[in-house]
Design a protein around this ligand. Structure first.
Ligand code: DAH
Length: 357
């Protein structure tokens, strides 16, 4: 059996030369398969005399083991190479710029929040926040709603379950409690807006149980109704992107302001379309007034030394007016077709200098 060394060196050479897993498998079949060379040698053992078999058995077994081991070793190398090639082919370059067409869209209400923040930010207002779940004192009492006052009932409040002391928190019915939180925490001068969600038990074509408001508060020496009017007229012009707007301030009642007013702007309702700043109709857009002395006192601010104004505006309706959305309900339906149509590109942050919409 002099060909054992020859077979071994030939087999090891072809194993070493196998360039890929398929070529290696062909070598395996040619040597160790049923009709392979090494297998052929193994079969000759059966025909040998016991003495020959004793001598040749270990040699042939050792040959088979070495060839098997060489194939396994080469296989491991080729598998590693194949994996590396696959990883290289599938590599994603994370430094590539984002695809040009952003898939998501910003909801119009979020867009309008950002536009409002940009306009008031330009006038020196900071953004303040408060919790959605409020206590009765911040939502009503500190805002000068006396206990049992009928104005409390008009808010259709959602009450939380009573705590151990029997006190019931509420889902805030307006963003006005953020005025209170700000005045309790900060000394004048104060100039903030507070955008956020508010809740009332009301559900029809023009009301949803959760909606959005932006509150405004200015406490500064010497401010009066004239500043309030100028500030809000500037806001309306900037928001609707119009040069002129005619506005009127109609006396109204809010417990937390005195005097209080509702602001109406001239609009045109003809042709089934609403245009702000033109026409002969009036449209109510927000509530406002001079901060009531009792509210200042409740927050530890001396009304003889400081005064200020406040306003509150419903954001959902402002968005409907500006972007011509006829119905409030799709706001909450998460229909991708609606969002694609009315939504905004997420990265184009509105700014007064760069453009709002
Ligand atoms: N909080 C009022 C509401 O939800 C809106 C409002 C009116 C806020 C007048 C104000 C204000 O700050 O001065 O109906």
């Amino acid at each position: 059996m002099s060909d054992i060394p020859t077979i071994e060196s030939e087999a090891l050479a072809s194993i070493e030369n196998a360039g890929d897993l398929a070529a290696l498998d062909a070598v395996r079949v040619a040597e160790l398969g049923k009709k392979g060379r090494v297998s052929g040698l193994m079969k000759t053992l059966g025909k040998m005399s016991p003495e020959e078999r004793q001598e040749m058995g270990p040699k042939l077994n050792a040959l088979k083991e070495r060839v098997t081991a060489a194939i396994e070793a080469r296989k491991a190398v080729l598998e590693d190479e194949a994996l590396e090639a696959q990883v290289a082919a599938e590599k994603i370059d994370l430094t590539l710029p984002a695809r040009p067409e952003p898939v998501g869209r910003l909801h119009p209400v979020m867009q309008v929040f950002e536009e409002i923040a940009a306009i008031f930010g330009d006038m020196g207002f900071a953004v303040a926040e408060g919790p959605d779940i409020e206590d009765d004192w911040h939502n009503f009492t500190a805002l000068n709603f006396p206990e049992g006052h009928p104005a409390r009932e008009t808010h259709d409040t959602f009450f939380m379950a009573p705590d151990k002391e029997g006190a019931q928190k509420v889902l805030r019915t307006h963003t006005s409690p953020v005025q209170i939180r700000t005045m309790v925490e900060e000394a004048p001068p104060i100039r903030i807006i507070a955008p956020g969600r508010v809740y009332r038990n009301d559900w029809d074509a023009t009301h949803t149980p959760m909606f959005h408001q932006v509150e405004g508060l200015v406490i500064e020496d010497g401010v009066h109704m004239g500043h309030l009017k100028g500030c809000l007229i500037d806001f309306v012009k900037a928001f609707f992107e119009i040069d002129e707007v005619e506005a009127r301030f109609r006396p109204h009642f809010f417990p937390f302001t005195e005097p209080s007013a509702e602001m109406d702007v001239k609009c045109d309702r003809s042709g089934g379309q609403m245009k702000i700043g033109e026409g002969e109709d009036w449209m109510e857009i927000l509530g406002c007034g001079m901060v009531h002395p009792n509210v200042l006192k409740n927050c530890g601010i001396d009304p003889d030394k400081h005064q200020g104004f406040a306003f509150g505006v419903g954001v959902d309706r402002l968005a409907m007016l500006k972007y011509g959305m006829p119905d409030l309900r799709p706001y909450f339906e998460a229909d991708p077709a609606w969002t694609r149509h009315y939504g905004f590109r997420p990265w184009l942050t509105p700014s007064v200098s760069g453009g709002l919409s």
